[in-house]
Structure formats: structure tokens, C-alpha cells
Write a protein that binds this ligand. Structure first.
Ligand code: AMP
Ligand code: ZN
Length: 458
């Protein structure tokens, strides 16, 4: 077994080997908690949840996903709404975890919060000053990018070109435009902590360097996040951590997901073209959203539209449809293994389109199979595949009767079907057809078979 991952630093797919045999550490940059997560924010949460599931089949994984709960955007939200900062962060941490849970994202092993790691950040900043990689100026502490010859290697930027091309007005306390803030002073109304440089608060990048060091060690196996984080966030994290640790590599593999766009425009809070998961899950099953997010390869862009959701729903209809009517005991379910081809696809840089095609294959064979034993064996394979992907673990009947949109409830439909059976028994075919038409108009498809009538929402 070899897992392959595309590494942003080397710019190619590599065979994955953890630092310590049998154990893997993974860090994913988590949300800044000042509002609800949009479906683009959910992409890294879902993709790296799947990677965690794939890794756990072979390794003891320690997966950390942080929470940025000190940030100027949170302060601005507090000023704008009059709500205390703690109330804002508590509300959105809960919403994030609930919303990601609805998408089948398993909780990470560790969920460190920035505000609970200020001492570690101060210690790392001190180390960087002592080693000559950072300097204090007017209550700020800045990382001196010129002191690190590798700066720019992750994002493939040339520092000299960056300096020459810099159009930003340089703050007077900076030696160079590219130097970035690790600590900044706070006014009395802003959150702040005592430090050797006065009362202040950390910059964003030092949070992740300090929290990953504390929980996962100096060198982590996998560092993950969205592509937009490569520069400056991850470049700066890497500079801080490698310089603080005397050149020890920060992350052995850098894995980044591509962007989700809406009608070809990047979905982002600042552009305002966002679909919030919190609202979407009121109408769309979380499982549909999860499958839609996994339908494209994680490094490719994903353009979101109604069709993305519609085709994910249809795929789930196919899978659940194939599983319908097959009874399995818990023991039969738990001893099942996913198909080798699906596991290989996922271990090959998380090739989810191929993995889904393999699930389709199994569903197709299951639909064709007639012998009971074969149908059971294929159903077990399909369910095991779904378990690894975080999909199709609900009861198929519940899937087809779910999605109640306030028009016809499952009980209403069952009652109408009963009336239809009675009408037919009385040879009142006009009444039976009228009921059928009523159901079709309400978007309910019915299938008559020797075992009775099944229905589902179309
Ligand atoms: P933020 O809260 O903006 O820091 O983003 C949290 C995570 O979501 C980061 O890993 C971002 O890279 C990722 N992200 C933000 N917007 C998108 C998007 N439109 N598509 C995919 N990932 C995104
Ligand atoms: Zn980070």
C-alpha cells in the first residue's frame, strides 16, 4: 500500500511516508469565527476529513484543525453588532461544528484555539528575535523575511522581485515591505495580552506555527488548507517554524484544495457571493452537499450551481435505490470491505471522481444481480465504500421518504397509496389513476411491483 499526495512545495505527486513509522500528524487551518461558513469554506473541511479517513485505515492519525478566535475581523464584527467578542466566537464555533457535522465531517482529534495558546506564541516570537529572524519596532514584532533565504519557496515567489514590485506604502516601523507582523499593540478596547513588547495581540500566521508545534511537534507530516492560503499564510508559517526550529522542515507534505466558485466567480466573504452551509442544510440533505463537494478532484476548481446539487442528489438516489430492500445484519455490515479499486483511487491523491465511478460500478452490478448472495455481497461492498467516503449510511427507505418539503408528508403519501390500493380492489380505476396523477403532480414517483408499491420523491 502506498498513498500518493500532491505536494505544493515540490510541485508534484509524491509517495507519502510519515516521519514516524505507523503515525501521522496533520494540521488543517480552520475557520476564523466571525460569521457562518460558506460552501467554499466547507470544501477543505470535507476534503481533508476524507483524507483523514483514508489515512486512519493504515496509520494512527493525530489531526488538528484550529480555530482562529482572535482576529481583526472578529473585532470589527463586535463593534458592528455590539456583541461581546466571546459571544461572537462561541456562537460561530458551535455553528461551524454543527454545519460541518451535517456534512459528515468527523471532529478532528484536536481543535486548538488561538486565544488559549498566547504563551506559546510569545515564546516562539522570543525565540525568533533571539535567533535574529525578527525585530521589535514601536510595539510591533516583525518577521524579517530578508533573514530567511528560503522565503518564497512554497509559493514560488522571488523575494527580490516582490520587494521591487511592492506598491504598498511601507509602514514606518518595517525594515522591508514584505516583513510581516507577528505581534501588534492593542488599544485598551481591543483584546490584548501582556507581552515583553507591551500589551498586544498576535498576528494570524504565528497562531498556526505555535499551535502546530505545541500539539504535533516541530515537523508535521501533512499541512493542509485552501489554495488561497499558500501565500502569504503558509509561506509565513513555514518561515516562522523552520527558523524557530533551526531549519527542521515544518511540513513534509503541503496539500491544498482548489477553489469553489459560484457562476465562475470565486466564492468569498469579501465579495459577498456566498451560500452559507447553515442555510443550505435547511433544504438540502448534508449528504448531498458532501457528495457535491467530493464530485470534483480536490485540486481542481469546482463551479457550484443548482446542477451540481441536482446531480449529487441523483447519484445518491442511484446508490440508495440499489441498496433498497436488502437486509443486512450489523455483523454483515461491519465485516465488509470497500472495493480495492475505490481504495486505490482514494490513495492516489484522493481521486474522488474515480472513487465515485467505482461506487457506480458496484451499484450497477447490484441492480443487475438476481441471486441473493451476490446482491448481499455487492450491497456490503457498496456500503463499505460509502462508509469510507462518509456517504449512504442512512436507511434507504428513509432517504426516499425524507426531504419533506411541507407539501405531502410520508404519512400523506402512504395514506394516498392505501386509498389507491382500495380503489383498485374495487375496480375503480378512474379513482386509482386520479390518485396516481395527484402523487406525480406532487413530485412523487411510484413503482408497482409484485411486493407492493414503492414511492420516492423525484
Ligand atoms: P477563511 O475563513 O476565509 O480563512 O477560510 C477557511 C478555509 O476555507 C481556508 O482553508 C480557505 O482556503 C478555504 N476557502 C475559503 N474560500 C474558499 C473557496 N471559495 N473555495 C475553497 N476553499 C475556500
Ligand atoms: Zn494556518
Amino acid at each position: 500500500m502506498t498513498i500518493y499526495l500532491h505536494d505544493t512545495l515540490q510541485g508534484r505527486k509524491l509517495a507519502f511516508e510519515p516521519l514516524k513509522e505507523g503515525e501521522v500528524t496533520m494540521y488543517l487551518c480552520g475557520p476564523t469565527v466571525y460569521n457562518f461558513a460558506h460552501i467554499g469554506n466547507a470544501r477543505p473541511a470535507v476534503v481533508f476529513d476524507l483524507l483523514a479517513r483514508v489515512l486512519r485505515r493504515h496509520y494512527k492519525l493525530t489531526f488538528a484543525r484550529n480555530i482562529t478566535d482572535v482576529d481583526d475581523k472578529i473585532n470589527q464584527e463586535s463593534v458592528a453588532t455590539g456583541k461581546p467578542i466571546d459571544a461572537i466566537t462561541a456562537q460561530y464555533i458551535k455553528a461551524y461544528n454543527d454545519d460541518m457535522g451535517a456534512l459528515g465531517v468527523q471532529p478532528p482529534d484536536i481543535e486548538p484555539r488561538a486565544t488559549q495558546h498566547i504563551d506559546e506564541m510569545i515564546a516562539m516570537i522570543k525565540t525568533l528575535i533571539d535567533k535574529g529572524f525578527a525585530y521589535e519596532a514601536e510595539g510591533h514584532v516583525l518577521f524579517d523575511v530578508g533573514s530567511n533565504p528560503d522565503y518564497g519557496s512554497l509559493s514560488k515567489r522571488d523575494l527580490r522581485e516582490m520587494i521591487a514590485g511592492a506598491r504598498v506604502e511601507i509602514a514606518p516601523y518595517k525594515r522591508s515591505a514584505q516583513d510581516f507582523v507577528m505581534w501588534k499593540p492593542s488599544t485598551p478596547e481591543l483584546p490584548g495580552w501582556d507581552s515583553p513588547w507591551g500589551r498586544g495581540r498576535p498576528g494570524w500566521h504565528i497562531e498556526c506555527s505555535a499551535m502546530s508545534e505545541k500539539h504535533l511537534g516541530n515537523t508535521i507530516d501533512i499541512h493542509a488548507g485552501g489554495q488561497d492560503l499558500v501565500f502569504p499564510h503558509h509561506e509565513n508559517e513555514m518561515a516562522q517554524s523552520t527558523c524557530a526550529h533551526d531549519g527542521a522542515p515544518f511540513a513534509r507534505y503541503w496539500v491544498h484544495n482548489g477553489f469553489l466558485s459560484l457562476d465562475s466567480t470565486k466564492m468569498s466573504k469579501s465579495l459577498g457571493n456566498v451560500l452559507l452551509v447553515h442555510n443550505m442544510i435547511k433544504d438540502i440533505p448534508g449528504e448531498v452537499l458532501r457528495l457535491a463537494l467530493l464530485s470534483a478532484h480536490y485540486r481542481q476548481p469546482l463551479d457550484w450551481s443548482d446542477e451540481t446539487v441536482e446531480s449529487a442528489k441523483k447519484m445518491l438516489d442511484r446508490f440508495y435505490g440499489a441498496l433498497r430492500g436488502i437486509e443486512l445484519t450489523d455483523a454483515e455490515r461491519s465485516a465488509a470491505e470497500p472495493p480495492d479499486a475505490l481504495v486505490e483511487a482514494l490513495e492516489d491523491d484522493l481521486n474522488t471522481p474515480k472513487a465515485l465511478a467505482e461506487m457506480f460500478n458496484v451499484a450497477r452490478r447490484l441492480n443487475k444481480a438476481t441471486a441473493d448472495a451476490e446482491r448481499k455481497a455487492l450491497a456490503r461492498e457498496l456500503l463499505a465504500a460509502g462508509e469510507l467516503m462518509g456517504l449512504i449510511q442512512s436507511d434507504p427507505e428513509a432517504w426516499f421518504s425524507g426531504g419533506d418539503d411541507g407539501e405531502l408528508s410520508a404519512a400523506d403519501i402512504e395514506a394516498l397509496l392505501k386509498q389507491r390500493v382500495e380503489a383498485r380492489a374495487n375496480r375503480d380505476f378512474a379513482a386509482a389513476d386520479a390518485i396516481r396523477d395527484q402523487l406525480v403532480d406532487a413530485g412523487i414517483q411510484i413503482e408497482d411491483s409484485a411486493d407492493g408499491t414503492r414511492w420516492r420523491r423525484s
